[in-house]
Design a protein around this ligand. Structure first.
Ligand code: ZN
Ligand code: FE
Length: 257
């Protein structure tokens, strides 16, 4: 689908609303999978292209991100968070925040992005301008806080927000229309949000994924990246609140939405 440097990105819809991602290096022939919600559509996407998996990168332990690992792992190196090794499929390589591994010939940086779960990691491939965020930063949203605190997730949002603007955010679910309705309920006059929602509606009407998105558009429109932005604090009437409090309020409102 998208070609960046020598690598191609393929978005694989899985289950009802999950996404898995394939990264393929046309020079080396290597292929990596990021998350394995279920095996069949991923195996079909590989077979259609004649690709074999060299690596499987896991973001977090939830079933809808690991269920396909067992059926797909033969011949592949399975990578995941050291802190979550006890609740992930057996890892061939256990990684943590700050680590760098070579995947598909790409330097791949591991970012600790706890919040949705404690132990959730993201994978950043700077030369390909890709970040795989699963249920941390999502298109116009962020994952629900099942294990972490608002402060942890806000910290994770800031880490991801600091990546280059042209980075493609490859997140784990097609939740964007609901996220857009929520974002518009808070920030109805944001012109970037209004135009993004039109594009989202067009894409969904055509059955096209809204993932990946660019970090630029997330920075302008995603309420969970804007907890310290004066204009956003003002629309909430929280000018004097801390960013963590604004983030916590926004997340709590979304949970009730
Ligand atoms: Zn999850
Ligand atoms: Fe998920």
């Amino acid at each position: 689908m998208t070609k960046t440097s020598a690598v191609e990105l393929v978005v694989v819809p899985c289950r009802t609303d999950n996404y898995a991602f394939l990264v393929h290096n046309h020079d080396t022939g290597e292929t990596a999978l990021i998350d394995a919600p279920e095996a069949a559509p991923i195996a079909a996407a590989l077979a259609a292209r004649g690709w074999r998996l060299n690596d499987i990168l896991i973001t977090h332990h939830h079933d809808d991100h690991i269920d396909g690992v067992a059926a797909l792992r033969e011949g592949a190196r399975v990578i995941g968070a050291k802190a979550d090794a006890h609740r992930l499929p057996d890892l061939d390589l256990a990684v943590e925040d700050g680590d760098s591994v070579t995947v598909c010939g790409q330097a791949t940086h591991v970012l600790g992005v706890s919040g949705h779960t404690v132990g959730h990691i993201a994978y950043h491939m700077p030369d390909a301008a890709l970040v795989f965020t699963a249920d941390s930063l999502m298109a116009l949203g962020c994952g629900r806080l099942f294990e972490g605190t608002p402060a942890q997730m806000w910290d994770s949002m800031q880490k991801l927000r600091a990546l280059p603007d042209d980075t493609l955010v490859c997140s784990g679910h097609e939740y964007t229309e609901t996220n857009a309705r929520f974002a518009a309920s808070l920030d109805p006059d944001n012109p970037d949000l209004i135009s993004r929602i039109k594009r989202i509606e067009t894409a969904r009407a055509a059955g096209t994924p809204t993932v990946p998105s660019t970090l630029t558009e997330e920075k302008r429109t995603n309420p969970f990246l804007r907890a310290d932005v004066p204009e956003f604090k003002a629309v909430l009437g929280m000018e004097d609140a801390s960013a963590v409090d604004v983030f916590a309020y926004t997340r709590a409102q979304k949970d009730k939405f």
